[in-house]
Write a protein that binds this ligand. Sequence first.
Ligand code: NDP
Length: 265
Amino acid sequence: MTVLDRFRLDGDVAVVTGGNRGIGRAIAQALAEAGADVAIGNRDAESGRRAADEIAADTGADVRAYEVDVTDEAQVEALVEATVADLGGLDVLVNNAGITIHAPAEEMTVEQFQRVLDVNVTGAFRCAKHAGRVMIENPGDGRGGAGSVVTLSSMSARVANYPQHQVAYNASKGAVDAFTRQLASEWAEHDVRVNAVAPGYVRTDPVDEALAEDPELEALWTDEMLLSEMARPEDVAPLVVYLASEASWYVTGASLLIDGGYTVR
Ligand code: NDP
């Protein structure tokens, strides 16, 4: 077995929430390229189906799309059940679905704050709870073989963002890191690993929309990066393949930064 073989996911089934676009789309593609069959779960049925069809045609993997809102536990449970029924199991969960609401804290409503936490944190919990029930029943091998949970955190778990106002988002990502550590501790005995990836700025719709409103943000942000440019979704996806695969069997409870060196200084 070569080192690259250890990154293969042949025979595995992965769920990627928000796999229809942005970072989640790139993750779904990368997991399929590595050999996994993939279930994409998001709210917009049309873009989910389109992404699934394109990834399946490109990779030969079995890729399905399911309509799901991660703020609804019954829908999350149904996604897990459908994945197991249609694809034959569940080995990898990528909690990628996430939202941001930009508002000064003194003007943000409690409902807005709670909405961000409901998607980014409680959504990840709902998915992990139901996917984890399947993983815990999977045959383990003492090397994390029963399952891998990967949640999208952010460098915003560790540093303040400037100049935008996003107190709920940063609170949610800090919670993702704590959730990840605790769940890793609780599920180690079930041979399930739990990790997070923490990107810096990645060129997806929310970032492009912010730049369209204020083009000067790009220079403000990239000046802080050692690598001088924002990431693309495809730059984040390989780290998720690593965390999903046996190559990372000794990694659990971690939140791995992938931020172009933004947080170094
Ligand atoms: P996008 O806004 O491009 O995509 C968000 C995804 O989440 C969409 O697929 C959306 O699909 C899905 N989604 C949103 N709400 C729900 C919901 N209630 N139920 C199910 N799916 C939902 O975001 P990005 O690709 O930029 O971000 C993906 C993840 O990466 C997020 O967790 C984000 O916080 C994190 N991240 C992003 C960074 C960046 O700079 N872009 C930096 C650091 C972290 P639909 O609307 O169809 O439901």
